[in-house]
Design a binder for this molecule. Structure first.
Ligand SMILES: Cc1cc2nc3c(=O)[nH]c(=O)nc-3n(C[C@H](O)[C@H](O)[C@H](O)COP(=O)(O)O)c2cc1C
Length: 168
């Protein structure tokens, strides 16, 4: 499998914990951790296998650091790129916007030609927003630290197993 670029904000504690867990458990592939707060387009397109970590802030919006990178993403040709998203959200506190950041980022990346992988079933979550959902799946991995943190590790491990067959 090709090297993976894992993009997330180094300043967000919960997203960072999940990113580090992914790197720790995804033992059979080289993973570069890249801080999305300082990322350039060149750094992003240097990888064919990409993981992005995004939480949802501001009631259904991207966090600042991803938001600032959107104009660059909208200028990129992402065809040939395989991208897996993991999102952090709070399904009880924000059921109307649960994990919207994954939906927003996923739509942009698909529009630019990326192939999104790592979809996971919505079973086991209670929420209302359809933004991050396609059919009966999230457009990535859904992590809810506020309400289901005890499931984080098993969810991450299952997702890594899935990515082993879905990445190139
Ligand atoms: C002001 C505020 C707004 C939030 N809005 C949403 C939201 O719209 N949808 C959602 O799923 N989670 C929302 N959350 C929950 C965060 O996404 C969640 O706490 C996440 O774990 C934060 O991860 P981070 O600290 O790594 O960014 C919000 C949290 C805060 C404090």
């Amino acid at each position: 499998m090709n090297k993976i670029g894992l993009f997330y904000s180094f300043n967000t504690k919960k997203t960072s914990k999940i990113a580090e867990l992914i790197r720790e458990k995804f033992t059979d592939v080289e993973i570069d951790m890249v801080n999305v707060e300082t990322v350039t387009s060149e750094q992003f397109i240097a990888y064919d296998n990409i993981i992005c970590g995004v939480s949802t802030w501001f009631d259904g919006e991207l966090p600042n650091y991803w938001d600032e990178f959107v104009p660059d993403l909208e200028d990129m040709n992402l065809s040939g790129k395989t991208i897996a998203l993991f999102g952090l959200g709070d399904q009880k506190g924000y059921p109307e916007n649960f994990l919207d950041g994954v939906g927003i980022l996923g739509e942009i990346m698909e529009n630019q030609g990326a192939r999104l992988v790592g979809y996971t079933p919505v079973q086991g979550y209670t929420f209302e927003s359809p933004r991050a959902v396609r059919g009966d799946k999230f457009m990535g991995l859904a992590i809810d630290y506020e309400n289901q943190s005890s499931m984080n590790e098993e969810r991450v491990l299952a997702w890594i197993g899935q990515l082993r067959s879905e990445f190139q």
